[in-house]
Design a protein around this ligand. Structure first.
Ligand code: SER
Length: 890
C-alpha cells in the first residue's frame, strides 16, 4: 500500500526530477494576502510571483501545502465528519509554472504522474475543460488519448478557478476518478454529478488573469500554471478506499481517538472520531502557525473548530480533556513532512488542554440549559426552532459558538432561529454602545468606538513577523472617517491585520511604512491601540492616494523594533534582579520602553546604594550573557499567576494572557529567572539585548523609585560618550583618566588652601597698607573709613570691618564689595560710638543707593545687599552724608 507519506514523497520527487524547485509549505496564516483568512490552496504563497510583483530564482515549483478551509469563502465546517470528503484541514499537492510551461506541458506532466507513477488505469479517468477551451480539449485528446465523451466541457465557475474575490485566476481543467458503478452518481456536468461516483482528484488551473477588483480583470504578464491535488482524495483512490477518512493517515488518528476514549472506532459514535481526527489536524497546525483561540477573527475560527471537536469528545464520554492526548499520534503521522509540528508540540498540547479544560467547565451546564429549553418548549419558536435568545445566551455565557449549537441540534433534526440570534447580537452591541457612551470618555474617542464595533479587533501578527499585507478598512482624517487620503494628509489608518505593535504595557507603538498596491506610501510614526485591540496607525501619506479597501504592504521599522524588543526584555530582567537584591516588595509601578532607553518605576522606600546598583546591573548582564531562550506561552491569568508569573497590579488581562519567561539556567531552580505576564514584543534570546547600563536611579514620589537604563547600541553609545567626557576631563588637567579621582581631590585641597591665602591677602590690602591711614576722614573728631572693594566675596567683609575697627580704635567703617554686578555693604561702628550712630541706620541709608531692601544687624555691625553694583560709591557717599549730618547736629 502507498501510504499518505509515500504518496506525498512520490509527488515531490517526480516534480523535482522534472526541474521543479521543492518549496516548503507556507504557514497557514497568509503573510502576503490580506483578503484571505487562511491559506486555502497551494498557489497562495506564489500569488505575487504570478502577478509579476515578486521575482524568485526559479520558474517552476512544487509543494505540499497545508490548507485550512473553515471560514471565509470555502467554509466546510458544518459538514465535516458526516461526509466522505469534507475537511477543515487538508494537504494540497501542486506544481507551478511562473511564465514557464503552459497547458500542454502541464497536462502531460499530470497525466504521466497519475498513470505511470501512481499507476491509475486510464479507463477510470475522465477530465473536464472550460466550455470554450478548445486548446485544452485537443491537448487531452492528443496527450492522454482520451475519447471525446470523456473530455467534458463545463460552462460554470467549476471550471474557472479564482482564489478569492481578487487575485490570479483562470480557466481550469479537472481530472476525475471513477469509483465505479457500485457508487451512485454521474459524470461531471451530468444531472447526477453531485453523487460520489466521479471524484475530482486534480485541478489544473491555466492562470491567465488577475482579478484586480471585483469588476476589473487584467492579463497576467505571462500565462502560468497552478495545479492542486488533495492528498487525502488521491490517497483514498490509491489505497482503494472511497472515503478520505479511511486512508492510513486519517485512520490512525481515528484509532488514536478511539483508544484514548476507550470507544469503538467504527461504532455508532464513529462521526465523533472523524470530527476529532479532522479538527485535531486543523487545530494543531493553526496553533503551530501562531493562531491562538480567541473571540475574534482567526482565533475565533480556531476556537469554533476546537470546541466542536471537544463537544464530540464529550459525546464519546471522555471525562477528562481528550484532544491533547492525540497530539503525539498526529506528530507521528505528519511531523516528518511538517517539522513545525514537532517544534510546536508543547504549545499545541498546552493550548488544547487549556481550551478543553475551560470549555468542559461550561459544556455540561450549557447542554443542560439547551436540553431544558427544548424539553419544556420554553426555548422554541412557534415553528419549532431554537429561539435566538437561547442560542445567544449559550454563546454569550457558555462559550457555545452558534455553529456548535447548530451542530448539536442537527443531531436532533432541529435548527436555530438565526435571525433571532442576530437580533440578540445586535441588541448586545447596542447595549455596549450605550454603556460606552455613558462611560465618560472623550467625545473624540467615540469615532474609534464606532469603528471598533463595525470592524472588530485588529489581528496582530507582529509577534512572529515585522512584515505583512493587510487591507485598509478605515481612514480617519481630522477626526472624521474618510474614503481616501492623498499625499500630504495626516491620517489614522486601520487595517484588518497588522504586524505593527500598538502602544501598550509601556512599550511604545511601532513606526514604519505602508505601501499600497497602487503605490501610495504612508510613513507611520506611531501605532496606538484603541479600545484594547484596535490597532491605529498614525502617519502621513507621503505619496499617492490611499483608499479604504486598498491592499497594503506593512513594514515595521526593523531597527526601531529591535531596540524596543531589547529594552522590553531588559525591563523584565531588571525587575527580577531588583527583587532579588532589594526584596520581593519591589514591584513594577510603571515603565516606558522606547527604542533607545527604558524607564522602570518600582516600589521601594530607600535610595539604592552604589553597590546595589552595581549588583543589579551585573546580575542583568550575567543573564544577558547566558543567552537563554525567551519563551512565550498562553495561559489563563490564574494559571499563569499560580505558575509564578509576576502580574502587574492594575493591568487589565483578557481571558488568556501571554507569559514571557527568560534568563534561566538549566542548573537553577526555578529554571526561569524571570516570568511575567506580558503582551509586549521580546528578543528571541537574552543575548540579543547585548548589554544593559543603568544611567540613573532616583526618587519620583513617596516610596517610588525610578531607574533609567539603556541597552544594546544605545548602551554602547552611552558608555562611549561617558568615556569621551572622561578623556576630555583628563586632558584638561593633563592627567590620565585613571589618575583623575586622586588628582581632583588634591586640586580641591589646593584650591581651599589658595582661597584661604587669598582672603588673608585681601584683608591685608583692604585694612592695612600705606594708603589706608590717609583715607581715614575726620569728621569733627569722628573717624570714618569708607571704601569700595571690587571682586571681594561678601563673606569676607565682616572680618575686614572688624579688623579696621580694631585699627581705628574709635570710628565708623563702611565697606562695599562688588561682585557679579551685585553689591554688599557692611557698616561697623566701634562700641564707644554706638550710642551716637547705629550701624543699622547707616546701612539702611546705603542700601537704598544700591537698590537694596534695607538690611539689618546690630548697632555695632550691620549689613545689606543690593543689585546695583555700579552705584557702590554712592552707597559710601550716603553713609558719609548721614554721618556728617549727625556730627553737625551734635
Ligand atoms: N488553486 C487551485 C485549487 O485550489 C489549484 O491549485 O484548486
Amino acid at each position: 500500500m502507498q501510504t499518505a507519506n509515500d504518496i506525498r514523497r512520490v509527488f515531490l520527487d517526480y516534480f523535482r526530477q522534472q526541474g521543479h524547485e521543492i518549496v516548503p509549505s507556507s504557514p497557514l496564516v497568509p503573510r502576503n494576502d490580506p483578503t484571505l483568512m487562511f491559506v486555502n490552496s497551494g498557489m497562495v504563497q506564489f500569488k505575487n510571483v504570478f502577478t509579476g510583483a515578486e521575482k524568485r530564482d526559479y520558474v517552476r515549483a512544487s509543494t505540499a501545502q497545508k490548507c485550512v478551509r473553515a471560514g471565509g469563502k470555502h467554509n466546510d465546517l458544518e459538514n465535516v465528519g458526516y461526509t466522505a470528503r469534507h475537511h477543515t484541514f487538508f494537504e494540497m499537492l501542486g506544481n507551478f509554472s511562473f511564465g514557464d510551461y503552459f497547458k500542454d506541458r502541464a497536462i502531460e506532466l499530470a497525466w504521466n504522474l497519475i498513470t505511470r507513477e501512481y499507476g491509475l488505469p486510464k479507463d477510470k479517468l475522465t477530465v473536464t475543460v472550460y466550455i470554450d477551451d478548445d486548446e485544452a480539449f485537443n491537448l487531452w485528446k492528443k496527450i492522454a488519448g482520451l475519447p471525446d465523451q470523456r473530455i467534458i466541457r463545463i460552462p460554470t465557475s467549476d471550471n474557472f478557478w479564482a482564489m478569492g474575490d481578487t487575485g490570479p485566476c483562470g480557466p481550469c481543467s479537472e481530472i476525475f476518478y471513477d469509483h465505479g458503478e457500485g457508487i451512485p452518481g454521474g459524470p461531471p456536468g451530468s444531472p447526477d454529478a453531485d453523487g460520489d461516483r466521479f471524484i475530482e482528484i486534480w485541478n489544473l488551473v491555466f492562470m491567465q488573469f488577475e482579478q484586480v477588483t471585483k469588476t476589473e480583470r487584467i492579463n497576467l504578464p505571462r500565462p502560468s500554471i497552478d495545479t492542486g491535488m488533495g492528498l487525502e482524495r488521491l490517497a483514498a483512490v490509491l489505497q482503494g478506499k472511497h472515503d478520505n477518512y479511511d486512508i492510513d493517515l486519517m485512520r490512525n488518528l481515528i484509532e488514536a481517538s478511539a483508544h484514548a476514549s476507550g470507544t469503538d472506532p467504527d461504532g455508532p459514535l464513529n462521526v465523533s472520531h472523524r470530527v476529532i481526527a479532522d479538527h485535531l489536524r486543523s487545530s494543531a497546525f493553526l496553533v503551530a502557525d501562531g493562531v491562538m483561540p480567541s473571540n475574534d477573527g482567526r482565533g475565533y475560527v480556531l476556537r469554533r473548530i476546537m470546541r466542536r471537536a471537544m463537544r464530540h469528545a464529550h459525546l464519546l464520554g471522555a471525562k477528562d480533556p481528550l484532544m491533547w492526548k492525540l497530539v503525539p499520534a498526529l506528530v507521528g503521522e505528519m511531523g516528518q513532512a511538517y517539522p513545525e509540528l514537532g517544534r510546536a508540540e508543547a504549545v499545541i498540547t498546552e493550548t488544547l488542554k487549556l481550551e478543553e479544560t475551560r470549555f468542559k467547565q461550561t459544556l455540561e451546564t450549557g447542554l443542560k440549559e439547551l436540553e431544558g429549553a427544548i424539553a419544556t418548549k420554553s426555548g422554541l419558536t412557534a415553528d419549532g426552532k431554537l429561539s435566538g435568545s437561547v442560542a445567544f445566551a449559550l454563546s454569550d455565557s457558555r462559550g457555545f459558538p452558534l455553529d456548535l449549537t447548530q451542530s448539536i441540534l442537527r443531531d436532533k433534526g432541529m435548527e436555530v432561529d438565526v435571525d433571532g440570534f442576530n437580533a440578540e447580537l445586535e441588541k448586545q452591541r447596542e447595549r455596549s454602545r450605550a454603556a460606552w457612551a455613558g462611560s465618560g470618555e472623550a467625545a473624540t474617542e467615540k469615532i474609534w468606538f464606532e469603528i471598533r464595533q463595525r470592524l472588530g479587533a485588529t489581528d496582530f501578527l507582529g509577534y512572529s513577523t515585522e512584515k505583512a499585507e493587510g487591507q485598509v478598512l478605515s481612514l480617519v482624517k481630522d477626526g472624521q472617517e474618510v474614503a481616501e487620503a492623498k499625499a500630504g494628509d495626516v491620517v489614522a489608518l486601520v487595517a484588518n491585520q497588522t504586524p505593527f505593535y500598538g502602544e501598550s504595557g509601556g512599550q511604545m507603538g511601532d513606526a514604519g511604512r505602508l505601501v499600497t498596491a497602487g503605490g501610495a506610501v504612508i510613513e507611520v510614526s506611531d501605532t496606538q491601540k484603541k479600545l484594547g485591540d484596535l490597532h491605529v496607525h498614525l502617519g502621513k501619506v507621503v505619496k499617492g492616494h490611499v483608499k479604504a479597501g486598498d491592499a497594503v504592504e506593512m513594514l515595521v521599522d526593523h531597527a526601531r523594533r529591535s531596540g524596543l524588543r531589547a529594552h522590553h526584555s531588559a525591563t523584565h530582567l531588571l525587575h527580577e534582579a531588583l527583587r532579588r537584591r532589594l526584596g520581593t516588595h519591589v514591584t513594577q509601578k510603571g515603565s516606558l520602553v522606547a527604542p533607545d532607553r527604558l524607564r522602570f518605576d518600582f516600589s521601594h522606600t530607600k535610595g539604592m546604594s552604589p553597590e546595589d546598583i552595581a549588583w543589579v546591573e551585573h546580575e542583568v548582564n550575567r543573564r544577558i550573557r547566558a543567552n537563554a531562550d525567551v519563551a512565550t506561552k498562553l495561559m489563563t491569568p490564574d494559571d499563569a499567576i499560580a505558575a509564578g508569573a509576576m502580574a502587574l497590579f492594575g493591568e487589565k488581562y483578557g481571558e488568556e494572557v501571554r507569559v514571557v519567561s527568560m534568563g534561566g539556567r538549566e542548573s537553577e531552580e526555578p529554571k526561569e529567572f524571570s516570568t511575567e505576564l506580558c503582551g509586549g514584543t521580546h528578543v528571541g534570546r537574552t543575548g540579543d539585548i547585548g548589554f544593559l547600563k543603568i544611567v540613573s536611579e532616583g526618587a519620583v514620589g513617596a516610596g517610588l523609585r525610578r531607574i533609567e537604563a539603556v541597552t544594546g547600541a544605545a548602551a554602547e553609545a552611552y558608555v562611549a560618550e561617558q568615556q569621551k567626557q572622561l578623556a576630555e576631563a583628563a586632558a584638561a588637567i593633563k592627567a590620565l583618566p585613571q589618575e583623575l579621582p586622586a588628582r581632583i581631590v588634591s586640586l580641591l585641597e589646593e584650591r581651599r588652601k589658595l582661597e584661604r591665602e587669598l582672603a588673608e591677602a585681601r584683608k591685608v590690602i583692604a585694612t592695612g597698607g600705606s594708603g589706608a591711614a590717609a583715607e581715614v576722614q575726620d569728621m569733627n573728631g569722628v573717624k570714618f573709613y569708607g571704601r569700595v572693594l571690587e571682586g571681594v566675596p561678601a563673606k569676607e567683609l565682616k572680618g575686614m570691618a572688624d579688623e579696621l575697627k580694631r585699627k581705628l580704635g574709635t570710628g565708623v567703617v563702611a565697606l562695599v564689595a562688588t561682585a557679579d554686578g551685585k553689591a554688599s555693604i557692611v557698616v561697623g561702628v566701634t562700641d564707644d560710638l554706638t550710642k551716637r550712630f547705629s550701624a543699622v541706620d547707616l546701612v539702611k541709608a546705603a542700601s537704598a543707593a544700591i537698590g537694596g531692601q534695607g538690611g539689618g544687624g546690630r548697632p555695632d555691625m550691620a549689613q545689606a545687599g543690593g543689585p546695583d553694583a555700579a552705584r557702590a560709591a554712592e552707597a559710601i557717599a550716603a553713609i558719609e552724608a548721614m554721618l556728617r549730618d549727625h556730627v553737625k547736629a551734635a
